[in-house]
Design a protein around this ligand. Structure first.
Ligand code: GAR
Length: 192
């Protein structure tokens, strides 16, 4: 059984889809939800699915052990970032190198980097009159939104789109693909 931790900061709609996808799986267990925001929606999703949660604090994350020991005590094999808005410290990245993925709500390398998250991404895409956007699922390395891309999917951006309507299109793509892509990454890692 592979034990996964989902890191999220907000509503957790991606976390919810991933939890649902693996419910009843004999190979993958969503073993822990890590969150940096007390009161975030994802915590309710965790509790209604009986998944343990870990609320993390800045000091220990950025200047302490980055919660490596705590993740170890939950026997976490793989980390999924799903709307997690803190930069992951190198200590944790190195510990889970090749075993940590992120989803970004745009077609990287465009519209990535510091400050490019959530609605800021969609606002920038609309302001630049792009005709398409999409999602990128990539491994996490030390640079923001930089690690090797595993998967992209695209959607059209029309003249009538607003940041809100674009966000809904992007969420649909994320919900459709993120759980399946995580499953295929985990399968490919089992073979090697
Ligand atoms: C998602 O659209 C995700 O791609 C984005 O935050 C949203 C979280 O939604 N992540 C980033 O912008 C990271 N740079 P959710 O909480 O409903 O899953």
């Amino acid at each position: 059984m592979k034990r996964i931790s989902i890191f999220a900061s907000g509503a957790g709609s991606n976390a919810q889809r991933i939890i649902a996808h693996f419910a009843g799986s004999t190979e993958v267990e969503i073993a822990l939800i890590v969150c940096n925001k007390p009161g975030a929606g994802v915590l309710e999703i965790a509790s209604s699915n009986n998944i343990p949660t870990l609320i993390i604090e800045k000091e220990q994350f950025f200047r302490g052990n980055a919660y490596v020991d705590e993740l170890g005590s939950f026997h976490i094999d793989f980390i999924v970032l799903a709307g997690f808005l803190w930069k992951v410290p190198s200590l944790l990245i190195h510990h889970y190198l090749g075993r940590m993925v992120n989803i970004h709500p745009a077609l990287l390398p465009n519209y990535g980097g510091k400050g490019m998250y959530g609605h800021f991404v969609h606002e920038a895409v609309i302001a630049n009159k792009e005709t398409e956007s999409g999602i990128t699922i990539h491994f996490v390395d030390e640079e923001y939104d930089h690690g090797s891309t595993f998967f992209q999917a695209r959607c059209q951006v029309t003249e009538t789109d607003t940041p809100e309507t674009l966000a809904s299109k992007i969420h649909l793509l994320e919900h459709e693909y993120y759980p399946k892509v995580i499953e295929s990454i985990l399968k490919s890692q089992q073979i090697h």
